[in-house]
Design a protein. Structure first.
Length: 194
């Protein structure tokens, strides 16, 4: 049974911070692989800066194709809105349950609001959660402190944001070192975020 960590995000664009964290988690925990689950563009939230699903998927694909333990999933693209992580997990479980055991990967900032997620108790009961450090304000809710299903990973603290990359790229700054080379090429050729 393969242990697969799921790293959800818009990845708009995927950057070296995402790669460093995913690679660290797959190399230094019990996980065998990490899938980047690209979350779809919501028809309810028309965010102008959010690239179309297939472009963000392609950039993640370009970023991970040379890393055998990293993969990309578009499982959420076909699901109805609004979509919740607990539903995605159920679909993945139906599809791959016999061959894979899934876990969630999230930043410490997301863990602080995790108790507001739909059916968070069920997620905690059936899916281990790997948490990587993020610099953020609020404390972790008491009910989640010391929970046996939550493992903190001493991954490097990566304070790079996709928002920063988009903004500074548009301003004409050289943000190329913050992106995997293949992602930079794709982004540049497609003239994204200008």
């Amino acid at each position: 049974m393969k242990k697969t960590g799921l790293f959800f995000g818009t990845f708009n664009p995927i950057h070296i911070g995402h790669l460093v964290i995913a690679n660290h988690i797959v190399e230094f925990t019990a996980l065998d692989e990490v899938w980047f689950v690209v979350t779809p563009k919501s028809p309810f939230k028309q965010k102008k800066s959010l690239l179309e699903n297939h472009h963000r998927y392609q950039m993640v694909y370009e970023a991970v194709k040379d890393y055998p333990k990293l993969g990309v999933s578009d499982i959420e693209f076909g699901l109805s809105e609004p979509n919740y992580t607990v539903d995605t997990l159920a679909i993945l479980q139906d599809k791959y349950g016999g061959e894979r055991a899934f876990s969630l990967i999230m930043g410490e900032d997301n863990l602080k609001s995790f108790h507001k997620w739909k059916n968070y108790e069920a997620i905690l009961e059936y899916y281990p959660i790997y948490v990587y450090p993020r610099i953020s304000e609020n404390p972790i809710p008491e009910r989640l402190q010391g929970h046996p299903g939550i493992q903190f990973v001493k991954a490097p603290v990566m304070e790079i944001s996709a928002t920063f990359i988009r903004r500074e790229h548009k301003a004409g700054k050289n943000i190329r070192p913050l992106l995997p080379e293949a992602v930079w090429k794709y982004m540049d050729e497609m003239n994204f975020y200008r």
